[in-house]
Write a protein that binds this ligand. Structure first.
Ligand code: SPV
Ligand code: MG
Length: 277
């Protein structure tokens, strides 16, 4: 099965929940594959963090694409690439689809914010794209794709913007009508109730539904599945785990002036070589 079909299969609804890992390079992609994930999320936050720049439309499309390509080349898993706003207007979306599809990326996700976007979980507010403006982007993306099974995910930022469930449902229906293959409903609520409520209320049970359980960690996979979600994206846990591990190990060296006690705690070189092979 090609990777586009693998992604379609992973996100398809039918009572199961697939898991995506947010990764930022080939190495993290391989570790996600070894850990049993079904899909790789080429995280804009993760890739931006790997350059130590904000996730605020700072990197270019080419920089994001190169990172997604490294993940794709390093694994057998399908990559769903976080493409922010599509890196500009509808014209940018057309080129983005052309380039990502040529690179073998299985699908792209675009979000209904205006360019330049800011990370959804930060403090600042951000204008949402008009429904019609975003539908134009989706129609453009679907027209630009060359293979039938390339996946275009529409991401709704209504809850991030403080909007209502009714607005989110209206947008979901419009985006599907415009051709979106799946809907990602984002939220930064602490309890995840608005997400579960959306999942239970949205009538289009034939369209894949995706959640990003970052700020509501107490909502587990089973609750998401029962509410109708077919993919959960654990978008930044690998990145955050690596930051903690690097900080602890490097601080140990400057504190102790030796690695003798650290050796047992960090990956052996043999494991590094194995991940590279
Ligand atoms: C990302 O991983 O870049 C995402 C998810 O888009 S979030 O950071 O929650 O916006
Ligand atoms: Mg992102």
């Amino acid at each position: 099965m090609n990777k586009r079909s693998l992604l379609r299969e992973a996100i398809s609804r039918g009572g199961k929940l697939s898991l995506a890992a947010g990764v930022h390079d080939g190495l993290s992609a391989r570790i996600a594959q070894d850990s049993g994930f079904h899909v790789l999320w080429a995280s804009g936050l993760g890739i931006s963090a790997s350059y130590a720049v904000p996730d605020d439309s700072i990197l270019t499309m080419t920089e994001f694409l190169n990172a997604a390509r490294a993940m794709n080349d390093a694994t057998d898993l399908p990559v769903l690439a976080d493409c922010d706003t599509g890196f500009g207007d509808a014209q940018n979306v057309a080129r983005m689809v052309d380039q990502y599809e040529r690179a073998g990326i299985a699908g792209v996700c675009i979000e209904d914010k205006v360019f330049p976007k800011r990370n959804s979980l930060g403090d600042g507010s951000q204008d949402q794209e008009t429904v019609e403006g975003f539908c134009t982007k989706i129609r453009t993306a679907k027209k630009a794709q060359q293979t039938d099974d390339f996946v275009v995910v529409a991401r709704i930022e209504t809850f991030i913007a403080g909007g209502s469930k009714e607005d989110a449902i209206r947008r979901a229906d419009a985006y599907v009508e415009a051709g979106a293959d799946a809907v990602l409903i984002h939220s930064k609520s602490r309890d995840g109730r608005e997400i579960l409520d959306f999942g239970r209320s949205w009538q289009r049970t034939d369209v894949p539904l995706i959640a990003v359980p970052t700020t509501y960690p107490d909502v587990d996979a089973e609750q998401l599945r029962a509410a109708g979600f077919s993919l959960a994206i654990y978008a930044n846990q690998a990145l955050r785990a690596s930051i903690t591990a690097m900080r602890q190990s490097l601080a140990h060296i400057t504190r102790h002036g030796s690695t003798s006690e650290l050796e047992g705690e960090i990956a052996e070189l043999r494991e590094v070589f194995q991940l590279q092979s």
